[in-house]
Design a protein. Sequence first.
Length: 339
Amino acid sequence: MFYEDKKLISIVIPCYCEEDALPAFWEEINKTSQNISQADFEFLFVDDGSNDNTINILRKLAHEDKRVRYISFSRNFGKEAAMYAGLKNAKGDYIAIMDADLQDPPSLLPQMLYTLENDGFDCVATRRVTRKGEPAIRSFFARVFYKLINKISKADIVDGARDYRLMKRKMVDAILQLEEYNRFSKGIFGWVGFKTKWLEFENQKRLKGETKWSFRKLLIYSLDGIVAFSSMPLYISSIMGLLFCIIAFFAIIFVIVRQLIWGGSAYGWPSLVCIILMLSGIQLFAIGILGQYLSKTYLEVKKRPIYIVNETDSDNPLTNSVKSIGGSASKETSLPEEG
Protein backbone atom coordinates (compact mmCIF):
# COMPACT_ATOMS: atom_id res chain seq x y z
CA MET A 1 0.00 0.00 0.00
CA PHE A 2 1.14 3.54 -0.72
CA TYR A 3 1.17 6.10 2.07
CA GLU A 4 -1.94 8.24 2.00
CA ASP A 5 -0.07 11.43 2.94
CA LYS A 6 2.32 11.13 0.01
CA LYS A 7 1.88 11.93 -3.65
CA LEU A 8 2.15 9.03 -6.07
CA ILE A 9 4.45 9.52 -9.05
CA SER A 10 3.90 7.26 -12.04
CA ILE A 11 6.87 6.80 -14.37
CA VAL A 12 5.75 5.69 -17.84
CA ILE A 13 8.55 3.97 -19.79
CA PRO A 14 7.87 2.99 -23.44
CA CYS A 15 10.09 0.05 -24.42
CA TYR A 16 10.86 -1.47 -27.77
CA CYS A 17 13.67 -4.04 -27.85
CA GLU A 18 15.40 -2.54 -24.81
CA GLU A 19 16.86 -5.68 -23.22
CA ASP A 20 20.37 -4.18 -23.27
CA ALA A 21 19.37 -0.85 -21.71
CA LEU A 22 16.81 -1.97 -19.10
CA PRO A 23 19.21 -3.25 -16.39
CA ALA A 24 21.16 0.03 -16.29
CA PHE A 25 17.97 2.09 -16.52
CA TRP A 26 16.34 0.20 -13.64
CA GLU A 27 19.42 0.64 -11.46
CA GLU A 28 19.46 4.39 -12.13
CA ILE A 29 15.72 5.08 -11.75
CA ASN A 30 15.55 2.90 -8.62
CA LYS A 31 18.40 4.89 -7.08
CA THR A 32 16.72 8.19 -7.96
CA SER A 33 13.37 7.13 -6.48
CA GLN A 34 15.02 6.22 -3.18
CA ASN A 35 16.33 9.78 -2.90
CA ILE A 36 12.82 11.24 -3.21
CA SER A 37 11.30 10.52 0.19
CA GLN A 38 8.28 12.84 -0.15
CA ALA A 39 6.60 10.69 -2.81
CA ASP A 40 5.80 7.08 -3.63
CA PHE A 41 6.46 5.61 -7.05
CA GLU A 42 4.99 3.24 -9.55
CA PHE A 43 6.93 2.25 -12.66
CA LEU A 44 4.74 1.44 -15.65
CA PHE A 45 6.70 -0.17 -18.47
CA VAL A 46 4.95 -0.44 -21.85
CA ASP A 47 6.44 -3.14 -24.07
CA ASP A 48 5.68 -2.07 -27.63
CA GLY A 49 5.72 -5.55 -29.17
CA SER A 50 9.44 -6.17 -28.64
CA ASN A 51 10.93 -9.20 -30.33
CA ASP A 52 13.82 -9.62 -27.90
CA ASN A 53 13.98 -10.48 -24.19
CA THR A 54 12.33 -7.25 -23.00
CA ILE A 55 9.10 -8.84 -21.78
CA ASN A 56 10.92 -11.47 -19.70
CA ILE A 57 12.95 -8.75 -17.99
CA LEU A 58 9.76 -6.84 -17.20
CA ARG A 59 8.13 -9.96 -15.76
CA LYS A 60 11.06 -10.44 -13.41
CA LEU A 61 11.05 -6.81 -12.36
CA ALA A 62 7.32 -6.93 -11.61
CA HIS A 63 7.83 -10.10 -9.57
CA GLU A 64 10.70 -8.61 -7.57
CA ASP A 65 9.28 -5.13 -6.93
CA LYS A 66 5.62 -4.41 -6.23
CA ARG A 67 5.99 -0.88 -7.60
CA VAL A 68 6.60 -2.24 -11.11
CA ARG A 69 3.74 -2.74 -13.55
CA TYR A 70 3.89 -3.56 -17.23
CA ILE A 71 1.73 -3.68 -20.34
CA SER A 72 2.78 -5.70 -23.36
CA PHE A 73 1.25 -5.06 -26.80
CA SER A 74 0.25 -7.79 -29.23
CA ARG A 75 2.56 -6.22 -31.83
CA ASN A 76 4.55 -3.06 -32.43
CA PHE A 77 2.08 -0.13 -32.45
CA GLY A 78 4.68 2.63 -32.14
CA LYS A 79 5.93 4.89 -29.37
CA GLU A 80 2.91 7.18 -29.58
CA ALA A 81 0.59 4.27 -28.77
CA ALA A 82 2.90 3.16 -25.95
CA MET A 83 2.89 6.62 -24.36
CA TYR A 84 -0.90 6.85 -24.65
CA ALA A 85 -1.33 3.42 -23.03
CA GLY A 86 1.01 4.41 -20.22
CA LEU A 87 -0.78 7.68 -19.51
CA LYS A 88 -4.16 5.96 -19.64
CA ASN A 89 -3.17 3.29 -17.12
CA ALA A 90 -1.02 5.40 -14.81
CA LYS A 91 -2.49 5.91 -11.33
CA GLY A 92 -0.26 8.69 -10.07
CA ASP A 93 -0.98 12.25 -8.96
CA TYR A 94 2.06 13.18 -11.05
CA ILE A 95 2.96 11.31 -14.25
CA ALA A 96 6.31 11.30 -16.00
CA ILE A 97 7.25 9.93 -19.42
CA MET A 98 10.81 8.70 -19.77
CA ASP A 99 12.78 6.66 -22.33
CA ALA A 100 14.61 3.54 -21.17
CA ASP A 101 17.89 4.37 -22.94
CA LEU A 102 18.99 6.92 -20.27
CA GLN A 103 18.98 9.77 -22.77
CA ASP A 104 16.39 11.23 -20.38
CA PRO A 105 18.37 11.77 -17.14
CA PRO A 106 16.45 10.41 -14.10
CA SER A 107 18.56 12.78 -11.97
CA LEU A 108 16.31 15.66 -13.12
CA LEU A 109 13.25 14.18 -11.39
CA PRO A 110 13.83 15.81 -7.94
CA GLN A 111 14.10 19.25 -9.54
CA MET A 112 11.02 18.59 -11.68
CA LEU A 113 8.99 17.50 -8.65
CA TYR A 114 10.10 20.53 -6.62
CA THR A 115 9.05 22.87 -9.46
CA LEU A 116 5.58 21.31 -9.72
CA GLU A 117 4.96 21.48 -5.98
CA ASN A 118 6.36 24.94 -5.29
CA ASP A 119 6.43 27.11 -8.43
CA GLY A 120 2.85 26.87 -9.66
CA PHE A 121 3.52 24.93 -12.88
CA ASP A 122 1.36 22.13 -14.27
CA CYS A 123 4.15 20.50 -16.25
CA VAL A 124 7.94 20.41 -16.21
CA ALA A 125 9.32 19.43 -19.62
CA THR A 126 12.85 18.99 -20.91
CA ARG A 127 14.68 20.12 -24.01
CA ARG A 128 18.13 19.46 -25.35
CA VAL A 129 20.30 22.53 -25.85
CA THR A 130 22.84 20.64 -27.96
CA ARG A 131 22.68 17.81 -30.46
CA LYS A 132 26.16 16.39 -29.95
CA GLY A 133 26.53 12.93 -31.40
CA GLU A 134 23.74 13.35 -33.97
CA PRO A 135 24.44 13.39 -37.72
CA ALA A 136 24.61 16.95 -39.04
CA ILE A 137 21.86 16.42 -41.63
CA ARG A 138 19.52 15.01 -38.99
CA SER A 139 20.11 18.01 -36.71
CA PHE A 140 19.56 20.42 -39.61
CA PHE A 141 16.21 18.93 -40.60
CA ALA A 142 15.11 18.75 -36.95
CA ARG A 143 15.65 22.50 -36.53
CA VAL A 144 13.86 23.21 -39.81
CA PHE A 145 10.91 21.11 -38.66
CA TYR A 146 10.53 22.94 -35.34
CA LYS A 147 10.65 26.34 -37.03
CA LEU A 148 8.18 25.27 -39.71
CA ILE A 149 5.55 23.65 -37.50
CA ASN A 150 5.54 26.59 -35.06
CA LYS A 151 4.87 28.98 -37.94
CA ILE A 152 2.07 27.01 -39.60
CA SER A 153 0.27 25.57 -36.55
CA LYS A 154 -1.04 26.58 -33.14
CA ALA A 155 0.92 23.85 -31.39
CA ASP A 156 3.69 25.30 -29.22
CA ILE A 157 6.62 22.93 -29.81
CA VAL A 158 9.99 24.01 -28.42
CA ASP A 159 13.12 23.25 -30.42
CA GLY A 160 14.87 20.24 -28.93
CA ALA A 161 11.82 19.23 -26.88
CA ARG A 162 11.87 15.71 -25.50
CA ASP A 163 8.94 13.52 -24.50
CA TYR A 164 10.53 13.44 -21.03
CA ARG A 165 8.29 15.50 -18.75
CA LEU A 166 6.52 15.40 -15.38
CA MET A 167 2.85 16.42 -15.44
CA LYS A 168 0.06 16.93 -12.96
CA ARG A 169 -2.97 14.68 -13.17
CA LYS A 170 -5.23 17.40 -14.61
CA MET A 171 -2.94 17.86 -17.61
CA VAL A 172 -2.77 14.12 -18.24
CA ASP A 173 -6.58 13.91 -18.06
CA ALA A 174 -6.79 16.66 -20.69
CA ILE A 175 -4.35 14.78 -22.95
CA LEU A 176 -6.39 11.59 -22.62
CA GLN A 177 -9.48 13.43 -23.87
CA LEU A 178 -7.76 13.60 -27.27
CA GLU A 179 -8.41 10.03 -28.39
CA GLU A 180 -7.32 10.51 -32.00
CA TYR A 181 -5.75 7.53 -33.74
CA ASN A 182 -3.03 9.55 -35.50
CA ARG A 183 -1.15 10.87 -32.50
CA PHE A 184 1.69 13.39 -32.36
CA SER A 185 2.33 13.85 -28.66
CA LYS A 186 4.73 16.78 -28.89
CA GLY A 187 1.94 18.72 -30.59
CA ILE A 188 -0.71 17.44 -28.19
CA PHE A 189 1.33 18.52 -25.16
CA GLY A 190 1.48 22.04 -26.55
CA TRP A 191 -2.10 22.12 -27.82
CA VAL A 192 -3.74 21.32 -24.46
CA GLY A 193 -1.93 24.28 -22.91
CA PHE A 194 -1.27 24.45 -19.16
CA LYS A 195 1.67 26.23 -17.55
CA THR A 196 4.93 24.53 -18.51
CA LYS A 197 8.45 25.01 -17.20
CA TRP A 198 11.29 23.99 -19.52
CA LEU A 199 14.48 22.43 -18.18
CA GLU A 200 17.51 22.44 -20.44
CA PHE A 201 20.16 19.74 -20.48
CA GLU A 202 23.04 18.56 -22.63
CA ASN A 203 22.33 15.81 -25.12
CA GLN A 204 22.98 12.39 -23.61
CA LYS A 205 24.33 9.52 -25.65
CA ARG A 206 22.36 6.32 -25.66
CA LEU A 207 23.88 4.01 -23.05
CA LYS A 208 23.34 0.67 -24.80
CA GLY A 209 21.59 -0.68 -27.85
CA GLU A 210 20.74 1.11 -31.07
CA THR A 211 18.18 3.86 -31.65
CA LYS A 212 14.96 2.70 -33.32
CA TRP A 213 14.47 6.11 -34.98
CA SER A 214 16.04 6.14 -38.42
CA PHE A 215 16.09 9.30 -40.54
CA ARG A 216 13.24 7.91 -42.66
CA LYS A 217 11.08 7.22 -39.60
CA LEU A 218 11.76 10.68 -38.19
CA LEU A 219 10.87 12.27 -41.53
CA ILE A 220 7.55 10.39 -41.67
CA TYR A 221 6.89 11.27 -38.02
CA SER A 222 7.49 14.97 -38.70
CA LEU A 223 5.17 14.92 -41.71
CA ASP A 224 2.50 13.26 -39.54
CA GLY A 225 2.93 16.08 -37.04
CA ILE A 226 2.48 18.76 -39.70
CA VAL A 227 -0.64 17.09 -41.09
CA ALA A 228 -2.06 16.52 -37.58
CA PHE A 229 -1.71 20.12 -36.41
CA SER A 230 -1.90 22.31 -39.49
CA SER A 231 -4.06 22.71 -42.57
CA MET A 232 -1.52 25.10 -44.09
CA PRO A 233 -0.33 22.57 -46.73
CA LEU A 234 -3.87 22.55 -48.14
CA TYR A 235 -3.84 26.33 -48.39
CA ILE A 236 -0.43 26.25 -50.05
CA SER A 237 -1.59 23.76 -52.68
CA SER A 238 -4.72 25.85 -53.35
CA ILE A 239 -2.70 29.07 -53.72
CA MET A 240 -0.22 27.34 -56.03
CA GLY A 241 -3.06 26.05 -58.18
CA LEU A 242 -4.64 29.51 -58.43
CA LEU A 243 -1.28 31.15 -59.16
CA PHE A 244 -0.44 28.82 -62.01
CA CYS A 245 -3.92 29.15 -63.50
CA ILE A 246 -3.36 32.92 -63.67
CA ILE A 247 0.11 32.44 -65.19
CA ALA A 248 -1.28 30.00 -67.77
CA PHE A 249 -4.09 32.42 -68.70
CA PHE A 250 -1.70 35.29 -69.41
CA ALA A 251 0.72 32.93 -71.19
CA ILE A 252 -2.07 31.88 -73.59
CA ILE A 253 -2.93 35.51 -74.32
CA PHE A 254 0.76 36.26 -74.93
CA VAL A 255 1.15 33.36 -77.35
CA ILE A 256 -1.98 34.36 -79.31
CA VAL A 257 -0.94 38.01 -79.55
CA ARG A 258 2.60 37.06 -80.60
CA GLN A 259 1.21 34.70 -83.26
CA LEU A 260 -1.07 37.40 -84.67
CA ILE A 261 1.68 40.03 -84.80
CA TRP A 262 4.78 38.07 -85.87
CA GLY A 263 3.32 34.79 -87.04
CA GLY A 264 4.98 31.41 -86.84
CA SER A 265 6.08 31.93 -83.26
CA ALA A 266 3.82 29.42 -81.49
CA TYR A 267 6.05 26.40 -81.96
CA GLY A 268 8.70 24.51 -80.00
CA TRP A 269 7.87 21.18 -78.43
CA PRO A 270 10.70 21.32 -75.80
CA SER A 271 9.17 24.33 -74.08
CA LEU A 272 5.75 22.72 -74.27
CA VAL A 273 7.01 19.49 -72.67
CA CYS A 274 8.69 21.46 -69.87
CA ILE A 275 5.48 23.33 -69.13
CA ILE A 276 3.43 20.12 -69.12
CA LEU A 277 5.89 18.38 -66.80
CA MET A 278 5.98 21.34 -64.44
CA LEU A 279 2.21 21.68 -64.21
CA SER A 280 1.76 17.90 -63.89
CA GLY A 281 4.28 17.83 -61.05
CA ILE A 282 2.44 20.61 -59.23
CA GLN A 283 -0.86 18.78 -59.68
CA LEU A 284 0.59 15.54 -58.30
CA PHE A 285 2.12 17.45 -55.39
CA ALA A 286 -1.26 18.98 -54.52
CA ILE A 287 -3.01 15.61 -54.90
CA GLY A 288 -0.40 14.07 -52.59
CA ILE A 289 -1.15 16.65 -49.91
CA LEU A 290 -4.87 15.96 -50.23
CA GLY A 291 -4.14 12.24 -50.04
CA GLN A 292 -2.29 12.65 -46.76
CA TYR A 293 -5.23 14.41 -45.12
CA LEU A 294 -7.68 11.94 -46.64
CA SER A 295 -5.69 8.94 -45.40
CA LYS A 296 -5.57 10.34 -41.86
CA THR A 297 -9.32 10.94 -41.96
CA TYR A 298 -9.83 7.39 -43.24
CA LEU A 299 -7.88 5.94 -40.31
CA GLU A 300 -9.78 8.07 -37.82
CA VAL A 301 -13.27 7.15 -39.01
CA LYS A 302 -12.50 3.42 -38.87
CA LYS A 303 -12.22 3.78 -35.07
CA ARG A 304 -9.55 1.14 -34.70
CA PRO A 305 -8.03 0.86 -31.22
CA ILE A 306 -4.79 2.75 -30.69
CA TYR A 307 -3.20 -0.40 -29.24
CA ILE A 308 -4.06 -4.01 -28.33
CA VAL A 309 -2.81 -5.53 -25.07
CA ASN A 310 -1.37 -9.02 -25.10
CA GLU A 311 -0.26 -9.26 -21.46
CA THR A 312 -0.06 -7.19 -18.27
CA ASP A 313 1.50 -7.71 -14.85
CA SER A 314 -1.91 -8.90 -13.61
CA ASP A 315 -1.49 -11.92 -15.93
CA ASN A 316 1.75 -12.88 -14.19
CA PRO A 317 0.88 -15.43 -11.47
CA LEU A 318 4.11 -14.79 -9.53
CA THR A 319 3.50 -11.06 -9.48
CA ASN A 320 -0.12 -11.54 -8.42
CA SER A 321 0.90 -13.73 -5.50
CA VAL A 322 3.34 -11.12 -4.23
CA LYS A 323 0.90 -8.23 -4.55
CA SER A 324 -2.13 -10.09 -3.20
CA ILE A 325 -0.46 -10.83 0.13
CA GLY A 326 0.80 -7.26 0.40
CA GLY A 327 4.46 -8.32 0.51
CA SER A 328 6.90 -5.43 0.44
CA ALA A 329 9.66 -5.36 -2.15
CA SER A 330 13.13 -4.35 -1.17
CA LYS A 331 14.32 -0.93 -2.25
CA GLU A 332 17.56 -2.59 -3.30
CA THR A 333 15.79 -4.69 -5.93
CA SER A 334 18.15 -5.67 -8.72
CA LEU A 335 17.55 -7.36 -12.01
CA PRO A 336 17.91 -11.15 -11.70
CA GLU A 337 20.57 -12.81 -13.79
CA GLU A 338 19.42 -14.56 -16.92
CA GLY A 339 19.68 -18.27 -16.41
